[in-house]
Design a protein around this ligand. Structure first.
Ligand code: PLP
Length: 500
């Protein structure tokens, strides 16, 4: 008697379910531009629609009906970052070939922790890493690993830096220097939150981070950095890592990477570039010299699920020195029978069992080639410049920055424009724009996010979206102004009303 296999789906049923699902997804993709970006429902509404209050069922259900219903529910109650007017955070529209890739990867299901478990997948991941490095101008051969996203890619590089640069065996003995003082890491105060998490998890502590001030363009002040490193050394601390940002999360600012590289060489520090957002823009012909300076880094974190439009999740750590990378993560437990001379990705990161993330990146790179990516990235940047122009020519909007593919701006009612510098008016404009952001995010017409620049709450559009067209960016100002005026009408306190 054969065992019960309730999960098994036989070939013909699998084929029929799959065809039906592909039909549904194809129709969804075609319909997204005509849907709201998001239904903007409350958590309670979503819970009610999905029935997520129900208990785990004891008995199973028909898989065809389950998939049909689940697809419908997801389509009706999700936000679509593939919508042409989705410009929130730094989240990309997904490459369709990546959707097929995830399906294919799950079908083969290689465990890409060990090469023996994933002979083809390991080679594809290695090639993907080389292609990514080549594309952005990072020297190859190099080491690397695919991870879940930008935070994890940065963390991976951080741990490699700590192991390589600490003057004692930090992995065995812990993060406090035996001779006293503490390890120090440097980043601008526009640096991303992963630095806090890395400092915490690594045991160096978040107080070990030196947040360096910026110039007027949100770029790290290299002279201040130099002074801080000297002061820390004089106080007995051990500087080990400088983080340069290639595309800051708030405004897309790029630190002067060649200058940081020179300083790190002089000071014998590990130079890491957080290129989670902007590194791929180093590949386009109009890339600045500052951005191209990432080629001089010891490590770079990049995020294929941002500007390579891979469906979530896909991040990638690139590290110049393979031994330094491997040294940070390689242990040899007796229960693994892995060949030493090949790449086993367990030796290059914190993950043990690993999925086949590389496939969606590799297939998309082959689908459109380097030229296809350069065109899409350049178009995102060009459209952002168009958006900035449209914002600038709208009197009720104030443009703050436009860098790479991020524009920041705020709504300022006409009668308050001349008074925006008054503290009371400034505070009101912050409240107004914060609430306007809620309205915009729930409204479903356009989706933007926010930044805080010099205590001013601003709206922020980031185009990492190959579905966005000129007409979409041209539509933004009118939507923001209409919703802004509505919100202003409801929110303005009496004492500021007289000014109208
Ligand atoms: C500069 C920068 N670093 C790191 C991250 C984190 O990336 P992820 O969200 O993929 O973890 C982001 C995300 O926007 C970012 O902009």
């Amino acid at each position: 008697m054969s065992r019960a296999r309730p999960l098994h789906i036989d070939r013909e049923e699998f084929r029929a379910i799959g065809h039906r699902l592909v039909d549904q997804v194809a129709d969804l993709l075609a319909s997204i531009p005509n849907r709201p970006v998001t239904p903007g429902e409350s958590p309670a509404e979503v819970r009610a629609a999905l029935g997520t209050g129900a208990r785990l069922p004891e008995a199973g259900s028909d898989p065809a009906a389950l998939l049909e219903e689940t697809a419908r529910l997801l389509f009706d109650h999700s936000l679509f970052n593939g919508h042409p007017r989705f410009w929130g955070y730094i989240t990309a529209s997904p490459a369709p070939i990546g959707m097929f890739a995830d399906f294919l990867a799950a079908a083969v299901n290689p465990n890409v922790g060990g090469r023996t478990l994933s002979p083809a997948a390991t080679e594809i991941e290695l090639q993907t890493i080389r292609w990514i490095a080549d594309f952005i101008g990072f020297p190859t051969p190099c080491s690397g690993v695919l991870v879940s996203g930008g935070n994890m890619a940065n963390l991976n590089c951080f741990f490699a830096a700590r192991a390589a640069k600490a003057s004692w065996p930090v992995q065995r003995e812990g993060s406090a220097p035996p001779a006293g003082g503490r390890l120090r890491v440097y980043a601008s105060n526009e640096g991303h939150v992963w630095i806090l998490k890395a400092a915490d998890i690594s045991g160096i502590g978040t107080d070990a981070i030196r947040w360096i001030g910026c110039d007027g363009s949100q770029r790290i002040d290299v002279d201040d950095l130099r002074r801080q490193i000297a002061a820390d050394r004089a106080a007995g601390d051990e500087p080990f890592l400088v983080v340069g940002t290639a595309g800051s999360v708030s405004t897309g600012a790029v630190d002067p990477l060649p200058k940081l590289a020179a300083l790190c060489r002089e000071e014998k520090l590990w130079f890491h570039v957080d290129g989670a957002y902007g590194a791929f823009a180093a590949a386009v012909p109009e890339a600045s010299e500052d951005l191209r300076g990432l080629s001089e880094a010891d490590s770079v974190a990049v995020d294929p699920h941002k500007w390579l439009y891979a469906p979530l999740e896909a991040g990638c750590a690139l590290i110049r020195d393979r031994d330094a990378h491997r040294g940070a993560f390689s242990y040899h437990p007796p229960y693994y029978h892995f060949e030493d001379e090949t790449t086993n990705f367990v030796d290059y990161g914190t993950q043990n069992s690993r999925g086949f993330r590389a496939l969606k990146v590799w297939l998309a790179l082959r689908h459109v080639g380097a030229a296809g990516y350069r065109t899409m990235i350049s178009d995102d940047i060009r459209l952002t410049q168009r958006m900035a122009e449209a914002i600038r020519s709208e009197p009720a909007l104030e443009l703050f920055t436009s860098d790479l593919s991020i524009a920041t701006f705020r709504y300022v009612p006409g009668d308050l424009r001349a008074r925006a510098g008054e503290p009371e008016v400034g505070k009101y404009l912050n409240d107004l724009n914060e609430q306007l952001l809620d309205d915009l995010q729930r409204g479903g017409e356009v989706f933007v996010s926010n930044a805080v620049l010099d205590d001013r709450y601003v709206l922020r559009a980031c185009i990492v979206n190959f579905n966005t067209e000129d007409e979409d960016v041209a539509a933004l100002p009118a939507v923001v102004v209409r919703r802004g005026a509505e919100r202003d009408g409801r929110l303005r306190p009496a004492e500021l009303r007289g000014a109208r």
